[in-house]
Ligand binder design. Structure first.
Ligand SMILES: Nc1ncnc2c1ncn2[C@@H]1O[C@H](COP(=O)(O)OP(=O)(O)OP(=O)(O)O)[C@@H](O)[C@H]1O
Length: 746
């Protein structure tokens, strides 16, 4: 019976792959055609063909990306219909449906139907593929009358097979085995803010990624032009997840770590928790506002200016009046400067004219050149710049931190000790927590193109096109917003304004990546508990309609500036308008290890979400207590055993930052190139990282070095050690020179 069914499925799946190959060949052909014709015809023809070429290329990339496990499910419905579920939708040339996209509404029951609530489903079948071959089938029979003698209910087989598989250092999609509590979240409505709280290993990252793919599929019209931004904690994490969306057939999501949220700046410099905490405080908005105001200065006294040999006087009063007038416009600094400069140039020109007329009574010659003389005077230029300097965000922030007199002037509410934390040399590299400060500065300074008109004509034409798109997007969006009671109604003009860019049209993702003022249609934030108030402020600016998916675990907060509760973190930016969902099952960590982590956290005074672990492990956490000078040697000594225990799988050594380099060097001396160190090294099968880098990742085995130091170093939070203990999928070992933190051992 089973063999017969298996043979039938193999046959059907062969048909699906043939259709996929056919579609690919078609696209290759079409692409070759447009490329051949490319150089011919009018400019308009050529640009149309470019557009088609891009379309075909994207479609081909999508068809290529979905090859692995193209299909993973089949639903037998009460109506008698059989429906195959896969990564994309496929139909025959005469539009007979062969396979349904997992995100389509008709596929929803594949994830949601249960024996209690069958939703019209008689049987759910998981197809387990290896390459293009169906290796096994597994049935969830929801309608018991379908059971034949000797058969029994199955269902968790495909899930457990996925969970027990060896880790590769790269996250895989879970599209074949999404569980119903996860599915509900993935398919929830687009508008408003949805917070997904879940303990370690509950699939938050997986859910966030699948939700991004689902939203793009379901709300394509609305989201395609505005785009979706996915934010994660670190570059290593972005690398870990980078293959998931392409494997789901989506390449248009813009991905950025917290250090990459400002186009043109890559922030990687390390920073102490005290400094990040301070820079993350919302009061920094006032500091940046003060720094901008500080660049709009008054001279101490009236000044004399030389214009072509004539002495003019610029009074403090004049400068103050021009400054007040420019400030009253409410425009950003660099734009308001135009008014400031124009006002004073006008007044100085009048002064010059009067002076000349006084000295040449009766002469009525053309004096229009006088304005140029004033504008061209070096004295005038220097003075106007001193009073209202055009500024880039980088210069503003750099000067503020490197010039003690400016720092003091703009931080009246900070203590000297706090100022000392912020002070640094002008050439210091940027850190993650500088990004929101630079963004705030960019917002208040505006465009540095002070003439304001260089690209105006192009921008006008672009704006007309943006308006048309925006009107379409907005009609749906406002409906959604009304439904959820979210404020911030947008007009088409506003949305078009957000998306205006100068110059050439780029693809939306490319434009979004290079444009700080891009307004995304939706933002997904992973490990959101780590965000400081200033980082939240930046993200809300990136998505003015406040359509967010926020996933995280408050108990795993390790950043000093991070959240203590969702309420405290989100209320300032979202008010009460966010919904909370929880995930309750831990798919990663075996029961014994998950329980030890929860006991440790509770003993340290932190109540954590303790999801139910689905898997029983082979081992309790192992502990080696050694003398301080033997810790690193012990890591080296146990590595062979650890690696063998997980059958050569991926083992991470998670150590306090201060021990990472030494431990990596000692391991490399013995294990050579098998050892990687730090972010991005997950291709090796032994990696040495600190808890910050371990955030969000997972490994077959984990060795924690000096757990007590991880706990002590986290400033009263359990985050670091809790994160480290919940990374393994199979085995945990702790090597310590101090007594173990309470709770780890029963
Ligand atoms: N429905 C599922 N089917 C198969 N695997 C799953 C499922 N849900 C989660 N997993 C797997 O469980 C592991 C943990 O998932 P994920 O990393 O998304 O959890 P998380 O909640 O983000 O964890 P953490 O907060 O600890 O970083 C991953 O390997 C993921 O692929």
């Amino acid at each position: 019976m089973y063999d017969h069914e298996l043979a039938q499925e193999r046959n059907y799946v062969d048909g699906l792959y043939s259709r996929l190959d056919e579609l690919r060949a078609e696209k290759v052909e079409q692409l070759a055609d447009v490329r051949r014709a490319k150089s011919m015809g009018t400019h308009q023809n050529r640009s149309e063909r470019d557009a088609f070429a891009t379309l075909y290329e994207n479609r081909l990339a999508q068809l290529n990306a979905v090859d692995d496990k193209l299909v993973f499910g089949r639903l037998d419905l009460e109506s008698g219909e059989n429906r195959y579920i896969g990564r994309i939708g496929l139909s025959t040339a005469d539009l007979r449906q062969l396979m349904v996209d997992w995100r389509a509404p008709e596929a929803g029951t594949f994830y949601q139907a249960t024996a209690f609530e069958r939703m019209g489903v008689r049987r759910r079948r998981h197809l387990i593929l290896q390459g293009r071959n169906v290796k096994a089938i597994e049935d969830d029979v929801l309608d018991h009358t379908m059971l034949v003698d000797g058969e029994h209910l199955q269902g968790e087989g495909a899930l457990l097979a996925a969970l027990n598989s060896k880790r590769t250092g790269r996250m895989n999609d879970i599209v074949g085995t999404i569980q119903s509590e996860q599915d509900r979240i993935i398919r929830s409505p687009l508008s408003g803010a949805l917070v997904v709280q879940g303990g370690p290993g509950t699939g938050k990252t997986a859910v966030a990624l699948h939700r991004a793919a689902y939203l793009l599929y379901t709300h394509r019209e609305r989201l395609q032009s505005a785009g979706v931004l996915l934010v994660g904690p670190s570059n290593a994490f972005m690398k870990y997840i980078e293959r998931v969306l392409p494997s789901l057939g989506e390449t248009g999501v813009v991905m950025a770590s917290l250090g990459q949220l400002l186009p043109g700046i890559i922030a990687t410099a390390p920073e102490t928790p005290e400094v990040s905490l301070l820079k993350g405080r919302i009061e920094m908005t006032q500091v940046i506002a003060n720094a901008v105001a500080n660049r709009q200065r008054l001279p101490h006294q009236d000044v004399r200016l030389d214009v072509e040999g004539t002495r003019l006087v610029l009074t403090v009063r004049q400068v103050r009046r021009a400054r007040d007038r420019a400030r009253a416009l409410g425009k950003p600094h660099n734009e308001a400067r135009v008014t400031f400069v124009k006002t004073l140039l006008g007044e100085l020109t009048t002064q010059l004219r009067e002076h000349i007329e006084e000295n040449s009574a009766g002469n009525t010659a053309d004096r229009s050149y006088l304005a140029d003389d004033v504008r061209g005077s070096r004295d005038v230029r220097v003075m106007l710049n001193l009073c209202w300097m055009p500024m880039s965000p980088q210069k503003l922030v750099r000067d503020m931190f490197s010039k003690p007199e400016i720092l003091k002037a703009v931080t009246p509410n900070l203590t000297d000790a706090e100022r000392a934390l912020l002070a640094r040399p002008a050439n210091a590299p940027w850190s993650e927590s500088d990004i929101p400060l630079l963004d705030e500065a960019a917002e208040l300074l505006g465009d540095l193109d002070e003439t304001g008109g260089r690209a105006e004509a192009a921008a006008d034409a672009q704006r007309k096109r943006d308006l048309v798109n925006a009107e379409k997007a907005i009609s749906n969006m406002n409906q959604q917003l009304e439904d959820s009671g979210v404020d911030g109604m947008l007009t088409a003009e506003q949305l078009a304004d957000f998306n205006v860019v100068e110059g050439e049209r780029l693809s939306n993702a490319e434009r979004a990546l290079t444009d700080r003022t891009w307004a995304y249609g939706h933002v997904v934030v992973d490990e959101a508990q780590e965000l400081s108030p200033m980082q939240w402020r930046l993200l809300v600016r990136r998505c003015p309609v406040k359509s967010f998916t926020i996933v995280g675990d408050i108990a795993q907060t390790s950043s000093a500036a991070g959240a203590i509760s969702w309420q405290q973190a989100l209320t300032p930016f979202m008010g009460e308008r966010w919904n909370l969902e929880e995930l309750s099952v831990n798919y990663r960590t075996p029961i014994q290890i998950a329980e030890a982590a929860v006991r440790m956290a509770n003993a340290a005074g932190q109540i954590v979400s303790a999801p139910k672990a689905v898997r029983d492990g082979e081992w309790e956490p192992l502990v080696d207590l050694v003398s301080p000078d033997a810790v690193v040697a012990q890591v080296v000594a146990v590595m062979e055993e650890e690696s063998t225990a997980v059958a050569g799988g991926l083992v991470a050594v998670i150590a306090p930052t201060s021990l990472v380099a030494e431990t990596a060097a000692a391991l490399r001396a013995v294990y050579g190139h098998r050892v990687g160190h730090g972010a991005g090294s997950v291709e090796q099968n032994i990696v040495v990282i600190d808890p910050h880098e371990a955030k969000g990742l997972e490994f077959d085995g984990v060795v924690i070095v000096e757990p007590a130091a991880l706990l002590a170093g986290a400033g009263g939070r359990v985050g670091d050690l809790y994160v480290a203990m919940t990374r393994p999928t199979q085995r945990l070992r702790l090597i310590s020179s101090e007594p173990l933190p309470v709770g780890i051992e029963k």
